[in-house]
Ligand binder design. Structure first.
Ligand code: 5AD
Ligand code: SF4
Length: 439
């Protein structure tokens, strides 16, 4: 009897990676593999990796090293995702027990790569890099999230910000047709998903290859699919952020009132060095459109501190921007040099302690801003979509349309299941979450 084909898959990194894994799992299942919970139980061990910051490569090699003894038991290893694309065939040298190395731009070839693996090949690569115009579409997506259906609408990136590895790891920017996106939205709405999140490295750089719909029109069309109650989209690039996106959020109630618009720095001098292709004034103009919307739209951002050459004055400008925008959420990162990127050749002279200090100042200030922002919700009744429970506290956890986490109590004996919508009166606030009771 042939031994059963089983796989273990661990995912690192962003939502794009999490959703890629859903598609990879579906593809593997379709090829006759069964998913298992531990490396020990699997015949094929896969890591879907991230290389956006830090010593990501090293973490992957450490993880491979921890389990390499399993190779002797006949198990095969594969490295997928951004570290795979970045390190390429070098992975075979450092970890000779790895048989498969594939970046996300080659996943459409996974069925073929799996067949070669099963035939005994042990140096299989999918490193399409920036050569491909094709997107990875599959009807076999194995959705792991019970309440949020992800749909990739655009893959890759052509922006080449000077610090960022993504254009090298995820390939050329390429959009799916809006018809295929809408078909998928209808399909998953039919499966019971009421929240859809549209994904793309620069989601609003979307360009319909059929020329039928702009990004804003696609948002509206997804928002109007029967059964859909919430539509989110991430991540938006300020360069392609047009006013019609705000108009469509105003016009279509199912579009969530939240925009994630990474600014990276408040200093136009630094933005230029980062090759972001906008100034802080240009960014603030987009913010003013968002703030002028008829319904309040929450704003979140990403900020990098300690980019090569960032002076104390540049950093003050970032702090000024923070004060001006009053974000609802900020993801702050210390700059980390990445292979292949132009910033790698800039002198990274800011000591690690200084970067850490600036990050702390930034996050402390943002905490105060959020304290004020979140307190504005006291006494309001907000619609919350349930995501899970915190049994230790006897609370249900969920999110508002603005993407703010809410922990709330519920008088019913059985707590509402993930995916349900509950009206919650806000009775308390923390810097990163709201507290309430179901009404
Ligand atoms: N160093 C630090 N942060 C980075 N990001 C991307 N590349 C780097 C880097 N080399 C951050 C940016 C981006 C977020 C996803 O990660 O803020 O918006
Ligand atoms: Fe990490 Fe970027 Fe790759 Fe996502 S796309 S996994 S954030 S390197």
């Amino acid at each position: 009897m042939a031994t059963e084909k089983t796989f273990y898959l661990e995912t690192f990194g962003c939502q794009m990676n999490a959703h890629d894994s859903e598609k990879v799992i579906g593809t593997l299942r379709h090829q006759g593999y069964r998913q298992v919970e531990t490396e020990e139980d699997a015949s094929l061990i896969l890591y879907n990796t991230c290389s956006i910051r830090d010593k990501a490569e090293q973490k992957v090699f450490n993880r491979l090293n921890d389990y390499k003894k399993l190779h002797k038991a006949g198990k095969r290893f594969g490295v997928l995702g951004c570290v795979a694309q970045q390190e390429g065939a070098k992975i075979f040298e450092r970890a000779p027990y790895v048989s498969l190395v594939s970046g996300s731009a080659s996943y459409r070839k996974l069925p073929e790569m799996l067949m070669r693996l099963e035939a005994g090949e042990n140096r299989i690569t999918g490193l399409d890099d920036r050569q491909t115009d094709e997107t990875f579409e599959t009807e076999y997506t194995a959705r792991q999230n019970p309440y949020r259906g992800y749909i990739t609408i655009i893959e890759g990136c052509d922006k080449f910000c000077s610090y960022c590895v993504v254009p090298y790891t995820r390939g050329k920017e390429r959009s799916r047709t809006s018809s295929s996106v809408l078909d998928e939205a209808r399909r998953i709405a039919g499966d019971g998903y009421t929240e859809i999140q549209l994904l793309g490295q620069n989601v609003n750089s979307y360009r319909d290859p059929e020329g039928k719909r702009s990004f804003a029109e696609l948002l509206a069309a997804v928002g109007e699919v029967g059964g859909v109650r919430r539509v989110r989209f991430t991540t938006s690039h300020p360069r392609d952020f047009t006013r019609d996106i705000v108009d469509v959020i105003d016009a279509v109630p199912t579009l969530c009132d939240h925009v994630h618009l990474p600014v990276q720095s408040g200093s136009s001098r630094l933005l230029k060095l980062m090759a972001r292709d906008y100034t802080s004034d240009w960014y603030l103009e987009r913010v003013s459109w968002i703030k002028a919307a008829r319904r309040p739209i929450a704003l979140s951002t990403d900020i990098i501190v300690g980019f090569p050459g960032e002076t104390a004055d540049d950093f003050i400008q970032t702090m000024d921007l923070l004060a001006q925008v009053q974000y609802d959420c900020v993801f702050g990162f210390k700059y980390s040099a990445r292979p292949n990127t132009p910033a790698l050749t800039m002198i990274d002279s800011i000591p690690e302690t200084e970067k850490a200090g600036r990050l702390q100042v930034l996050l402390d200030r943002q905490r105060e801003i959020q304290r004020v922002n979140y307190a504005k919700h006291l006494g309001q009744v907000l619609e919350v979509m349930v995501e899970g429970q915190n049994p230790a506290r006897g609370q249900v956890v969920g999110r508002t349309s603005q993407n703010k986490p809410v922990n709330f109590t519920c008088a019913q004996p059985i707590a509402p299941a993930p995916g349900n919508y509950v009206q919650v009166r806000i009775t308390g606030t923390h810097p990163n979450s709201l507290v309430g009771e179901a009404v």
